[in-house]
Every structure is written in C-alpha cells, then in structure tokens.
Design a protein around this ligand. Structure first.
Ligand SMILES: [Zn+2]
Length: 412
C-alpha cells in the first residue's frame, strides 16, 4: 500500500528531528545548569520548555515537500426491491403512512461510514395515485425514498429494467420525488439537457463522476424520440461519457451497470468483457446489479494514461440489499466500502482499501404481516445476541457467510 511507503520516511524523518531537538535541549540545559551553579538563582524557575523554545534547532536540510493527500469513502449496495409482501408490515394504519426505516436500522452505521453512498433503486416511486404494486410492475411509496435518505444514501442508480414500470409519467414523477429529497438519480432523466449534463459529486476535494446504464426495460419500449429517459448499455457511448467526465475534472468515475443473468452466481463472458473494457477506458468502479444474487468482484491493478499506479474495482453484482426474495442466496446482499485517495499535489486518485460486507435480509412475522431487517452478517454472528434470531437462523447465517465470502473472493 502506498500509504505505508509514505508513512515510513515520515516516521524516520520525525525520529531524526526528535533526536536533534533532544540533543540541543540537553546542551541548552547543561549550559543553563552551569550558569545556575555560577549563582544566577533567578533562572532556576525557568521551565526547560521555555529554554527549548528560545533556542530553536537549526533548519534541517531542505527536502521536497511531501505530497498532500485527501481521502473519501465510497459505499455501494445492490438492489432496493419493493415486493408486495414488504408493504403491509411497514404500514401504520393509525397514521396512514408507511415507515421503512426499520429495513435499514441495523446497517445505518456502516452506510454512514461512506461519503458517496449509492444503491440501485429498482422500483418507481411514482406516488400513491399510481397505486402501489410489487412484481412485475413496481411502484413503491414515497416513504421508501425517505427511508433511503434517512439511511444515508445520496446517490441512486435509477437505470434498470423496472425504470418504465409506470411508464414515462411514473419515471418523471420518481425523478421529482428524488429531487425533493436531494437524492441524486443517475441513469434516468427528464430531458435531453438533463441527460447530457454531467453528474460529478465532490467529497473532501475528490470529484467523483457518476454514470448508470441498463441492459433494457423489460420489453417496455422507451417512448419514441425520448431516449434520454433511460440510459441503455452501449459500450462506445459509455466510453465517451467516461472520457467527457474525465475531461471535465472527474478524479475518478463510477459506472453503475444493470446487467448479467438473474440468479447466476458468476458473471457471464459478456459482463466480464464489458466491465474490463470500461476499466481499460478509465472507469474506476463498476457497480453491478440485476442478478439478485451476489457475484464475485475483481480488483484490477494497472496504470493510468500518465503511468501512475492505479487500482480499479469491478463488482459484478451486489445482490438484493432489500427484497422479499428468499433462498438460493437471494436473501443476501453486500455492502462495498472502498477507500479513495487523491494525491492533491500530483492530482492522481486511486482506490485503497476494498471491503465487502455481506448482509442478510431477516424476514420475520410477529403478527399477520412480515417485517424485514437488513443485518450485517459477520457483525451479527460475532455479537451473537440478537433477540429476534433463533439458533437455526444463526447456523444458517454462519454456513451462508462462509459460502458468500468464498464466492465474493473467487475471482481475486
Ligand atoms: Zn433488475
């Protein structure tokens, strides 16, 4: 890690400086104590720190200024689904509102460690007048977007096969609702002008360019003459968009791709060649979703066009972050936490630590309707004190955790 190679010389330099200061301090004190022995008692009360301050060490050999760094953290999760069984248990009949905050309560602390916090929103949030619906044509309550906001999310990929479930009007209403909550939608737009405008999100002085595309819209045609509504995957276009972001000051680029085959635990050749080709074209993070199960991730070590070392990350699929799907690992997802470090002096940005944190959707039924909670698997196992889980849940989670880690790491 470059962080270490920077720290080591700094530590050595500090040690040398400390020794010089100590030697000078000792000399000064020796001189003073000599003077005191000569009878100047009023100097005895002078604390040694004052003596040190009045005789600064000589300026050390001039060395080139160390590069200045700034850091931020990217956090990404997979699909936010809204299946019909998720609604009744979140409904407060007395108040007539939904409360989806419990979905995210157990992972809010982890999400909060991010600066950019991103998910794939796989449902329109078109408003109550469209009627709420689950699969196959989704529409989730506005309160789901509020809960995402409360959980810390600030970036949502809205380009997926459900973008047009409620038609053009549903897509536009979703964008309005997300704007009200200051949630940045990526991959759908209300006009050509909005589709053409670059999305660059700055955190701690690092400019992150953001793009999102989907393989399709479930056979629902994109309205004639309005291709701006949903970004479709087109390799040449994505490469041009990456180049445009970099030319406009993006230090790094995240590309959310809705692709791959549902329920397949490994990426297709198509996924691999597209993702790798986009990394070669300058993408830093590929945030994959759609298969509804976790797929492996890859870390690509290489060089940028200036010859600087560069790490890029391809996440093929982050699985379901929240859904009603169960079994065959569809009830698992993963939070990716990725360090981003920019050398401000040389204007070079790279990924540092990459952490994959598997999550499980715990579904339980305290009354007539289901409740859902996203649990961080490893932490939940370690704490071993969750009152809503039984021994069977723990056994299953333990087995699944090992399997998921193996799967995640299988392409590293
Ligand atoms: Zn999908």
């Amino acid at each position: 890690m470059r962080r270490k190679t920077v720290l080591i010389p700094a530590v050595i330099l500090l040690s040398i400086l400390s020794v010089i200061v100590l030697v000078l301090l000792a000399q000064t004190l020796w001189d003073k104590s000599g003077a005191n022995r000569a009878g100047q008692q009023d100097l005895i009360s002078a604390p040694p720190t004052v003596a040190a301050a009045t005789s600064p060490p000589p300026t050390p050999e001039p060395t080139p200024a160390p590069p200045a760094y700034t850091e931020a953290v990217w956090v990404g999760v997979g699909d936010i689904m809204s299946h019909s069984p998720q609604l009744p248990g979140a409904y407060d009949a007395a108040l007539g509102v939904y409360d989806f905050n419990p979905f995210f309560a157990e992972v809010k602390d982890i999400l909060g460690q991010g600066d950019w916090i991103m998910a794939n929103l796989e449902t329109p949030i078109a408003g109550a007048d469209f009627g709420y619906s689950g699969y196959p044509a989704f529409n989730a309550p506005y309160e789901l977007a509020e809960a995402l906001k409360n959980a810390g999310f600030n970036l949502l990929s809205t380009a997926n096969n459900h973008s047009l479930d409620k038609g053009e009007r549903g897509l536009l209403r979703t964008l309005e609702h997300l704007k009200e909550l200051d949630l940045q939608a990526i991959g759908t737009a209300d006009s050509q002008e909005e589709a053409d405008s670059l999305i660059i999100s700055e955190k701690n002085g690092i400019q992150m360019g953001l793009l999102a595309y989907t393989y399709g819209t479930n056979g629902i045609p994109i309205p004639q003459g309005k291709p701006y509504l949903v970004n479709l995957i087109d390799e040449d276009r994505i490469k041009a968009d990456i180049a445009r972001l970099k030319a406009n000051g993006a230090d790094l680029v995240t590309v959310a791709l809705h692709f791959g085959n549902e329920y397949q635990t490994a990426p297709t050749e198509n996924q691999k060649s597209l993702a790798r080709s986009l990394v070669a074209a300058g993408a830093d993070i590929i945030a994959g979703s759609h298969p509804h199960v976790i797929q492996p991730y890859e870390v690509i070590e290489g060089f940028d066009d200036q010859g600087n070392e560069k790490r890029s990350l391809i996440i093929y699929s982050m699985g379901n972050f929240i859904s009603n799907q169960r079994g065959d690992s569809k009830d698992y997802g993963v939070i990716f936490k990725v360090g981003v470090r920019k050398n401000v002096t040389e204007r070079v940005t790279t990924l540092t630590d990459i952490e994959a944190i598997p999550t499980w959707v715990h579904r339980y039924k305290p009354d007539r309707s289901f409740r859902y909670r996203i649990l961080p698997v490893e932490e939940t196992l370690a704490m071993n004190n969750d009152e809503l889980l039984n021994a069977g849940d723990y056994d299953q989670m333990k087995k699944d955790f090992d399997m998921l880690v193996q799967r995640l790491e299988s392409m590293r």
